[in-house]
Structures are given as C-alpha cells and as structure tokens.
Design a protein. Structure first.
Length: 333
C-alpha cells in the first residue's frame, strides 16, 4: 500500500476487491486503507460486503491487537485508537467465524490471535468453533494443537466462574541469551500466556501484586538442540591490474586488494528455548514441565541440516500451546 493508493479512490476500491489476503498480512496497511476509505464516506457495511473487505477489516483488528508489531509508513499513520468500533469489530468476527473448519488457515490464525486479545468481540459459540477447527490444519503436529486445547481447558477450570475481567499476575524468571531470533522470548511468552487466559473468553487485568485470581510463573532457559558447522573467515590479498593513460601512452599498475575467504570450519551448538510453566488460583495449581517453546525444534532434520516443513505447512516460529506464530506477539505492549 503506497501513498498513491491512499490518494486514489479507484485503487482503494481495487484493493478492497482483490487484495484481501495481501493486506491481512500487512495489518497496519489494512488499518490505513480502511481509515481512509471510511473518512472518504464509504460505509462500513459497504466495505464488509466487498470481496476482500472482511480480510482487510480483520487486518484492522490484528493491528489494533498489536500496533507496535507492524512497520510504520513514513507517509501516513492510522488514527490513534481503533479504526473500527466494538460493534463493527463484532460484525467482522461474525462474518469470518462462520464455518471455521472451511476457513483459510491464515484467516483462522489471525482470528484466534484477535480472540486472544479482544475476547469481548466473540460470542462463546464462535470462539469454541474456531479453536475446535484449528488443529485439523496440521499434519504430524496435530496432536500438539489438540494438546493446546486441553491446556486451555485446564486454564479455564482455574478461573473464577462468571468473572471478567480476571486479575492475573505473571512472573518470568530466567531467560534466553539474546540471539537475533530469540531476542525477546520473555516478552513473547508473557503475551502468549495472557492471550491463553483471554482465549477462555475473559478479559484480563494484569496485576503486579497479590491478590490475583490467577498467578502464572514462567521459568525460561535453554537446552542444547543440535550441532552445526560454522565457517571461519580470514582475509587474503589479491591483485588487480589497472591501466591508465591513452593509446601508446599508458602504464599498468598492480593494485593490492583484500577479500574475505573461508579458511575452515568449527563445530557449534544451537540452543532451543524451553519453559516450565505453573498456574495457580490459590487453591489449585497446574504445572507444565519444561517444554520446547517453538514447534520447529521438533522438525529438525540432522541429515539435511535444517528445520523441515511439511507440504505448505510453515512450522518455523510456531509456539506452544496452539501453534500460533510468534510474529503475532512480537513487540506487543
């Protein structure tokens, strides 16, 4: 979505007709486009009825759920706050949550993320239908997704009946050394666990001290996962010959330069983040023993030296307990 799209009514109309999947993957752009179209006088109902409308409007909800995750645009920013009203958000959910078992995987995943942030947008039946449909999209990892639903039920059983919002304290101890990919595991884990509670259909008030309806403790660490060969480098000198001057009056110079070359290999160890998680309501405690946080660590192929996907199933970055991708939770509030 460029500046020219925002300024051109025909391009905006084309985007709402043809570019739903693209804008769902760029939620901030979806929010900008929707805000502009609404400001131009197009009704929400008209946008919802366009072919790409429901997905673009869902992108607005994803952006609202985690506005810090998506790249800013230098030429335009969505207005502060929500682009859609709460009632409009419920209508978007109602439109997309029907027949969740037939819904596209990217749409269903984003719906689950919104449900883990704004439970008030969902009716109980809609929420349950979506979560029940989610595991079917996985192949050999389907048992993990089903196990995630069982975890959700255990959390629900710990919550006070009929109370919303619930007060939750969450304590993250330990940590994971700061590599590029795992640089913010503590924040991601916190947001994922708060989302797990919200997935039970309750709003959450995050508390910093007791008393609380639910106390969550997360112990982060890492384990050695696999070894790999890492090249070592050094610089070598090489020469280029440069001619200067004119025909019959030129000279050749030998110019020394340097380049980086591989001189050998060392064996390194890659580590995987793990967590031990406990939840307590004061009278009951549920403990989950140390587990891998990311599902792709279960699909490492030693012979091929990499993480494997099956068919079109993208595993890298999917997180316990449901298998939602970590990029949804990154940089959250």
């Amino acid at each position: 979505t460029g500046e020219y799209v925002v300024e051109d009514p025909e391009l905006r109309a084309y985007a709402f007709g043809k570019s739903g999947p693209d804008l769902l993957s760029s939620p901030k752009a979806a929010a900008i486009l929707t805000a502009t179209e609404l400001d131009a006088g197009t009704s929400f109902d008209a946008l919802l009825q366009r072919p790409g409308g429901p997905e673009i409007l869902l992108g607005c909800l994803v952006n609202e759920a985690n506005p810090q995750r998506w790249s800013d645009f230098p030429w335009f920013s969505p207005p502060p706050g929500a682009v859609l009203s709460e009632e409009q958000s419920r209508l978007v959910v109602k439109r997309l949550a029907v027949e969740s078992d037939k819904q596209r995987r990217d749409v269903l995943e984003n719906l689950l993320f919104v449900a883990m942030t704004f439970p008030q947008y969902f009716e109980d039946a809609q929420r349950e239908e979506m979560f029940d449909a989610w595991p079917a999209g996985f192949d050999d990892l389907q048992p993990l997704a089903v196990e995630g639903l069982l975890v959700r039920q255990q959390v629900r059983d710990l919550l006070p009946p009929g109370k919303s919002p619930v007060r939750v304290t969450i304590s993250v101890t330990g940590g994971v050394p700061g590599t590029y990919y795992y640089r913010n595991v503590d924040d991601i884990s916190r947001l994922m666990l708060l989302g797990l509670v919200r997935s039970c259909g309750v709003e959450v008030e995050e508390a910093t001290s007791e008393p609380a309806d639910l106390a969550i403790v997360v112990a982060l660490s890492e384990i050695a996962h696999h070894s790999y060969s890492k090249p070592t480098y050094d610089y070598e000198t090489y020469y280029e010959y440069k001619s200067t001057g004119r025909i019959n009056h030129y000279r050749t110079q030998k110019v020394a330069k340097q380049r980086q070359v591989v001189t050998g290999h060392t064996q390194e160890t890659a580590y995987a983040p793990v967590a031990g998680i406990s939840l307590s309501n004061g009278t009951q405690t549920v403990e989950f023993p140390q587990m891998l946080l990311f599902w792709h660590h279960l699909r490492y192929d030693e012979k091929k030296g990499g993480f494997m996907d099956l068919k079109e199933e993208r595993t890298y970055g999917r997180m316990w307990p449901f298998g939602l991708h970590k990029n949804l939770f990154e940089w959250g509030p």
